[in-house]
Design a protein around this ligand. Structure first.
Ligand SMILES: NC(=O)c1ccc[n+]([C@@H]2O[C@H](COP(=O)([O-])OP(=O)(O)OC[C@H]3O[C@@H](n4cnc5c(N)ncnc54)[C@H](O)[C@@H]3O)[C@@H](O)[C@H]2O)c1
Length: 446
């Protein structure tokens, strides 16, 4: 394994404005933007955001040092965030928030002016990647490279017009169809040639990612399809020293899986089957009704259990596990998803048991604080000199990007430790290993 041994820097201060650029101003992103504005005005609190509400233990337990994360590491304050984005429908963020139907009108009307002032830029769109949508607010160009150039110009203009010191980009657009890695995705030269030839295997989300990286902007993918995680764009991220992370925000049913599966495994409880089904009726659900887009989601959702349970290490417990995930588009529910899980487990002497979960969740309410955290932490990564895949941000993703020589970490608690230890490391605090022998009179050095 080729190990990078660069020293990280002390994070530069988070001065000035941070622009958060979002391809896709739909349910997740508008709930995020409206939420941040509401919190800034004191109308709500940032529940669900680890960067805003989370604390971090430092040193030994008897030191009782538990600062807020945002007080330990220099993060942009919510008042320094500026929002922009692209969509394929020409609705301002107030209108898009109403279309999404997630937040109450009463709250939205208190922040109407700010929301109305955020208007989308024309999107880069290709219907062969999102079959269920027909937007008409899209960029035209002779080839995909020209579209990338237009996005780059949008990025530069946004930065200048909004007086931003730094930017981050987070894809919150629709799920694109599943694509196998192809030759054109393999190196940056081939990718750029593909852009000039408008290669049909280059998805719009890859064009946004390319534009972001070329402009020195950290990029994250909140959806399950391939975007910045192809070898060509990873090569570009390393060349340009830009941090990236993805993919597919871990909310709802997969969040439950990554909470429950590690617990069962810790107790050496076997699992025969895990059947998950959902109903949801928002635009995301409609897009996922297309088999190509669903395939991206399915691959992302299925990978979680296997990497947590490690059937190759524990064959008696997990080798025959039958894992099925279904998503059903059901308009009456809107954004209020219902996810059912049936888990067939077995214990001591092979005795069978079952667990049933019925999670009545709100997709975008769970996703919005993750977008906030990712924006702030990706920006921190850049100010710390970290670049390429930010595996310590796996905490936020269903299908976390990882170095090709290591398996991904999907266990939420391991992900959280990795996140916390990375923050401690960044500010020069001791990492926490939970040995705890010193309290009982033993030396922790061998
Ligand atoms: N809500 C969650 O809990 C959750 C969790 C994980 C992942 N996601 C993913 O996040 C994404 C957004 O979810 P959502 O519920 O906000 O969906 P949404 O349909 O409400 O919003 C997506 C927006 O993207 C726009 N869009 C599509 N293609 C575009 C392009 N090429 N350029 C610019 N805009 C484009 C659409 O017009 C739409 O406004 C989806 O891919 C979804 O799968 C959501």
């Amino acid at each position: 394994m080729d190990i990078q041994k660069e020293k990280i820097q002390e994070p530069k201060p988070a001065t000035g404005k941070l622009g958060v650029l979002i391809p896709g101003l739909g349910a997740v992103s508008t709930t995020f933007i409206a939420g941040v504005i509401a919190v800034r005005k004191g109308l709500a609190s940032p529940i669900g955001s680890f960067t805003q509400m989370g604390r971090i233990r430092l040193g030994k337990r008897d030191e009782k040092r538990n600062p807020l994360i945002k007080d330990l590491v220099p993060l942009s304050s919510l008042s320094d965030l500026v929002f922009g984005g692209w969509d394929i429908f020409d609705e301002n963020v107030y209108e898009a928030t109403i279309t999404a139907g997630v937040l109450e009108r009463e709250l939205l009307d208190k922040i109407k002016d700010e929301l109305e002032s955020i208007k989308p830029m024309r999107g880069v769109f290709d219907k062969s990647f999102v079959k269920k949508l027909d937007g008409d607010y899209i960029k035209q160009g002779a080839n995909k490279m020209e579209l990338a150039e237009q996005l780059r110009e949008d990025i530069r203009n946004f930065k200048q017009q909004n007086d931003c010191e730094r930017l981050v980009m987070i894809w919150c657009g629709s799920t694109e169809v599943y694509t196998e890695p192809m030759e054109v995705h393999s190196t940056i030269e081939k990718f750029e040639e593909g852009l000039r030839n408008s290669d049909p295997s280059i998805a719009p989300s890859m064009i946004y990612a390319y534009a972001a990286l070329q402009e020195g902007v950290p990029y994250s993918n909140g959806a399950p399809h391939a975007s910045e995680d192809i070898p060509a764009l990873q090569e570009l991220a390393i060349q340009k020293k830009i941090p990236t992370c993805g993919k597919d925000l871990k909310t709802g049913q997969t969040l439950m899986k990554s909470i429950i599966a590690p617990g069962l495994k810790s107790r050496m409880i076997g699992i025969d089957g895990w059947f998950s089904t959902n109903i949801l009726g928002n635009r995301d659900g409609e897009v996922l009704d297309d088999p190509g887009s669903f395939k991206s989601k399915e691959v992302s959702k299925l990978s979680v259990l296997e990497s947590i349970l490690e059937p190759e290490v524990y064959p008696e417990l997990y080798k025959d596990l039958y894992h099925k995930v279904r998503i059903n588009y059901y308009p009456p529910r809107g954004d209020n998803k219902e996810g059912w899980d049936n888990i067939d487990i077995f214990g001591w002497l092979d005795y069978k048991m079952q667990i049933k979960i019925d999670f009545l969740c709100r997709d975008s309410i769970l996703a919005a604080p993750l977008v906030l955290d990712i924006a702030l932490l990706l920006d921190l990564a850049q100010r710390t000199g970290l670049y390429g895949i930010q595996e310590w941000l796996s905490f936020y993703f269903k299908s976390p990007n990882h170095h090709k020589d290591v398996t991904p970490i999907n266990d939420l608690f391991v992900q959280k430790n990795k996140l916390l230890n990375t923050l401690r490391f960044v500010v020069g605090e001791d990492l926490i290993h939970n040995l705890g022998l010193t309290y009982y009179g033993f030396d922790e050095e061998k």
